[in-house]
Design a protein around this ligand. Structure first.
Ligand SMILES: CC(C)(COP(=O)(O)OP(=O)(O)OC[C@H]1O[C@@H](n2cnc3c(N)ncnc32)[C@H](O)[C@@H]1OP(=O)(O)O)[C@@H](O)C(=O)NCCC(=O)NCCS
Length: 180
């Protein structure tokens, strides 16, 4: 049970998802999208944990409708949320919440106690989601997002040990196995 609407599933991202993720990246972040090589580096990084939500419908190829990524060095009690986006026509259905919760669950599995992220000062929707998960605005980086010259909010949350959302292992391994 992931809490996703019917017809969607959560699974670990793999490098073959790059094109789908880049399409969503460009429409979600029109002025400051990562390049394909940056995103590819993230998907291959041993420090990263990327997940996608995709459609599941018999007889139809799956479509990636959301993705999110976390990064932490092995043994480091600190992690960073790298990115999260949901396709515009799927927003407001709880997908972002499921993706974000999975990143925090992975952080807990890695023994992380503190998570940081950056969010545009002009993005109240994402800020509301992070606040709902207990993140606090702790600093501002002036004009961090270029070329727009928009400030970044640095947000932080502590992860109390043992306060996970109930998941006991990485999601989607069965889904990956099915496709081998
Ligand atoms: C931020 C984003 C990932 C949220 O995804 P989503 O699937 O729409 O979010 P959900 O439906 O799971 O809602 C999660 C929370 O986000 C907040 N939220 C979602 N839509 C909102 C809206 N229109 N207004 C205010 N808050 C909103 C709420 O806190 C919501 O929790 P609630 O339903 O308990 O109130 C999505 O809006 C998105 O992709 N935005 C563009 C990319 C982006 O800005 N990414 C963040 C970069 S830091």
């Amino acid at each position: 049970m992931t809490g996703l609407p019917d017809g969607l599933r959560l699974r670990p991202a793999h490098p073959q998802d790059l094109d789908d993720i880049m399409w969503l990246e460009h429409v979600s972040f029109p002025t400051d999208a990562w390049s394909a090589s940056q995103m590819s580096g993230e998907l291959y990084s041993p420090h990263g944990y990327y997940v996608v939500v995709e459609t599941v419908a018999e007889g139809t190829a799956p479509t990636v409708v959301g993705y999110a990524g976390l990064s932490s060095l092995a043994g480091n009690p600190v992690a960073d949320v790298q990115t999260i986006a949901v396709a515009a026509d799927h927003r407001g259905r709880g997908i972002g919440r499921v993706l974000f919760a999975e990143l925090l669950d992975e952080a807990r599995r890695r023994g992380v106690h503190e998570v940081f992220l950056e969010v545009r000062a002009d993005n109240p929707v994402a800020q509301a989601m992070y606040t709902a998960f207990g993140f606090e605005h702790i600093a501002t980086r002036p004009r961090y997002y270029q070329p727009d010259g928009v400030d970044a909010w640095v947000m932080r949350a502590e992860l109390p040990a043992g306060a996970g959302s109930g998941s006991v292992g990485p999601i989607g391994q069965e889904a990956l196995d099915e496709h081998r």
